[in-house]
Design a protein around this ligand. Structure first.
Ligand code: ADP
Ligand code: MG
Length: 223
């Protein structure tokens, strides 16, 4: 297994007007490995994931991914980083209701100007693998929650992200489907050589990860 450090978080703080979501967090992650983040609600897990994904910037500290400090990137370069490097799977799936599922899946490629036959073929193959081939021409509101979540996963993987960030990705699913989705994310991340970071409350899922980050009140209490 590779042990190249791909992510280095150094003394990261994030302050909102009324709260300190992160109060000085530091850790490293190795390329291609899987990490689980857990901790009580409000402990800063989502904030940490947003900073890793370049969806927000820290108030203080450094977020180094692949030797670039995200803090130093322009808004434009940060958008490029999100588009090319990161796949997001969130509990609330953010599929756009105005377009069918295939168009939703292809949206990151279109926005990034990198739509290609390869992306379309990958999307179709993943849809077959995840049993949602029949959903591609449908609109999100015509799908069950589980189907929407799988479409969401395909979109997140559509550009072969090097970093796959999942925030309570199984929040809406029953335990059998939760288990399936997590296994799938792990298998696909491995196949693509992506570093996988999963936030979950589910203790059964959590215990199957060997790398555990535990958050409490904006601090990391173990790694
Ligand atoms: P978790 O994902 O572990 O539940 P969050 O990272 O969402 O925790 O939140 C950490 C803390 O930061 C909480 O106190 C939350 O209320 C606060 N917080 C998160 N996002 C915002 C925001 N956009 N504006 C103000 N406060 C926020
Ligand atoms: Mg959260």
């Amino acid at each position: 297994m590779s042990s190249n450090v791909i992510i280095k978080i150094e003394n990261v703080k994030k302050t909102y007007t009324k709260s300190q979501a992160l109060r000085g967090v530091s850790f490293v992650m190795n390329e291609g490995e899987e990490y689980l983040i857990r901790g009580a609600s409000g402990s800063g897990k989502s904030t940490l994931l947003y900073l890793l994904g370049g969806l927000d910037r820290p108030t203080e500290g450094r977020v180094i991914v692949n030797q670039n400090n995200l803090v130093d990137l322009s808004d434009e370069d940060l958008a490029l980083y999100r588009n090319r490097y990161v796949g997001f799977v969130f509990q609330f799936h953010f599929l756009l209701s105005s377009m069918n599922c295939m168009d939703n899946i292809l949206l990151p490629a279109r926005l990034g100007g990198v739509e290609s036959d390869e992306v379309v073929v990958r999307a179709k193959n993943l849809a077959k693998l995840l049993n949602v081939e029949h959903c591609l021409e449908k609109y999100p509101y015509e799908l069950s929650g589980g189907e929407q979540q799988r479409i969401n996963i395909i979109r997140a993987l559509s550009l072969k992200p090097k970093l796959l960030l999942c925030d309570e990705p199984t929040g809406n699913l029953d335990s059998e489907n939760s288990h399936k989705v997590i296994q799938l994310l792990r298998t696909l991340a491995k196949e693509f050589g992506a570093t996988l970071v999963v936030v979950t409350h589910d203790p059964q899922i959590a215990q199957s990860f060997s790398n555990q980050l535990v958050m409490k009140d904006g601090l990391l209490i173990t790694q």
